[in-house]
Design a binder for this molecule. Structure first.
Ligand SMILES: *Cc1c(COP(=O)(O)O)cnc(C)c1O
Length: 473
């Protein structure tokens, strides 16, 4: 069969697109328009914008499409259905914004389209991962030669840390998981607080440790690991701790916990998705005292640090434990004497996310990162103070960037949250805390100012007023 003429046109038109750059300029113009208007946009998409998403419901096109038209569709119907995370009044989940220098570096690197699997596939990606590894270990004050793997987020980073821990513990018992698998392996102990994040539970399930095999320790009233309830540990134990509780922002007391684990030879993993960054800030560093005694850590770039999605990092004190658990083989894989990124991650082909992470760390520097973390925490404190003065119940000690509030009754809390979410003024999520519905505020954007906090707090008060009026009927 010969190539159809339509395809000849296709290759030629794509060559032309790379020559004249018009489509890239069009995309850049749309992006600039988005960035210019983000601060004033409604934080959540309008009903109209959501309805118009139906323009995307079409059968797979039979023929190649017109790129300017495709970009226009994204601009006209896609952008209005984004959530304005970049605008300074988004406080949902623990979603960060993006630092401009990092975004720009990513655009550039997107044009490079590098695969970070091996040094021989991308020397620059390998180099910048190596630099990021060194800088992060320094920022977090972790043991020298701690290894870093650059993955999609803390979910995968935690999976990798727990994998290295599980395999090391089993190896001590003479069991090689890589060779002999997990079925029939001797049991290991897993100790975790009942406040462990959902992704920890998921990672353990993937690793063959079910919910019923875990020694759950009831947390204290701030969601911290209760040291008094720590069971006797041994060298067959995986102890899972947390830097930054997703509800309260609290930190486990690492010094006594890690000391006990170290004494017993247990493996400690710390889920520090957003909280590990406390170690990089003078004001909050003491929250992370003792983390250097752990064995592995997971942390996100895309939350507190405001890197572009998706960016997570697994850190492991014992480099070889991580590599042994993740190394792939194949006669065509060409390892080098330089950094080969895939040794530290589950993936082989992988986006070179170390490039924009490096640019971010260099853009902010040590003092900028310190200031970013401090800024998030100060705005969270301010949010809590204003809401308390406005008659909301603040349910947590605000030690980091999380604030959890409720109204006088559960019904009023739920209805107020609904009106906040519909207001377009700001956006927060809800949750259950100790049996009652709560409103979760996560201050996670460098853009957010004290003015944004005040304006958002007013939206809270207005929403509660609307909710009260509806209740009064
Ligand atoms: C967000 C979060 C995770 C999951 O991280 P992802 O980057 O979404 O995979 C895990 N633990 C905590 C405490 C988190 O806040």
């Amino acid at each position: 069969m010969t190539t159809e003429p339509v395809n000849q046109d296709l290759w030629e038109s794509m060559r032309q697109q790379n020559r004249d750059k018009a489509i890239y300029e069009q995309a850049a113009a749309y992006a600039f328009d988005y960035l210019d208007t983000i601060v004033d946009r409604a934080v959540f998409s309008s009903d109209e914008a959501l309805k118009q998403l139906s323009v995307f419901d079409e059968p797979l096109p039979q023929k190649p499409g017109d790129v300017p038209h495709i970009l226009e569709m994204l601009h006209d119907y896609g952008a209005p259905a984004t959530v304005a995370q970049g605008g300074g009044r988004y406080f949902g989940f623990v979603n960060g914004n993006v630092i401009p220098g990092s975004l720009a570096a990513r655009w550039l690197a997107d044009a490079w389209d590098q695969n970070a699997a091996l040094h021989v596939i991308s020397p620059i990606a390998a180099k910048l991962e190596q630099v990021c590894e060194k800088w992060l270990v320094d920022l977090f004050r972790l043991p020298e030669d701690t290894a870093a793997g650059f993955v999609s987020g803390t979910s995968i980073a935690t999976l990798c840390g727990l994998l290295a821990g599980r395999n090391t513990i089993l190896e001590r018992q003479g069991w090689d998981v890589v060779e002999d698998g997990i079925f029939g392996a001797p049991p290991i102990r897993v100790v975790a607080s009942d406040q462990a994040h959902g992704t920890v539970r998921k990672a353990l399930a993937i690793l063959g440790v079910g919910r019923n095999n875990i020694e759950w320790i009831p947390a204290d009233e701030q969601g911290r690991f209760d040291v008094d309830r720590l069971p006797l540990l041994d060298d067959n134990t995986l102890l899972i701790l947390q830097a930054g509780n997703v509800y309260t922002g609290s930190f486990d007391p690492f010094v006594p916990l890690c000391a006990a684990a170290q004494g017993a030879g247990a493996w400690v993993h710390i889920d520090g998705a957003f909280g590990l960054w406390a170690a990089a800030c003078e004001q909050t560093r003491s929250l992370t005292d003792g983390i250097d005694m752990a064995d592995s850590w997971s942390v996100d770039g895309h939350k507190t640090l405001n890197s572009p999605y998706d960016s997570g990092i697994v850190l492991c004190k014992d480099r070889s434990a991580l590599v042994k658990s993740l190394q792939a083989s194949g006669s065509y894989i060409q390892y080098s004497d330089q950094r080969d990124g895939m040794l530290y991650t589950p993936e082989m082909s992988r986006r070179a996310r170390g490039i924009e992470l490096w640019a971010l760390l260099k853009t902010l520097g040590r003092s900028g990162i310190d200031a970013l973390v401090a800024r998030l925490c100060e705005n969270a404190k301010l949010f809590g103070e204003i809401l308390a003065a406005d008659g909301f119940r603040v349910l947590n000690d605000i030690v980091f960037n999380q604030v959890m509030v409720a109204c006088d009754t559960p019904e009023l809390t739920l209805s107020t949250l609904k009106h906040i979410q519909a207001s377009g003024e700001c956006w927060c999520g809800g949750a259950q805390w100790r049996g009652e519905p709560v409103i979760r505020i996560s201050v996670c954007s460098w853009v957010t100012t004290a003015g944004d906090v005040r304006r958002s707090a007013r939206a809270f008060v207005d929403a509660r007023e609307t909710a009260r009026q509806k209740q009064a009927g």
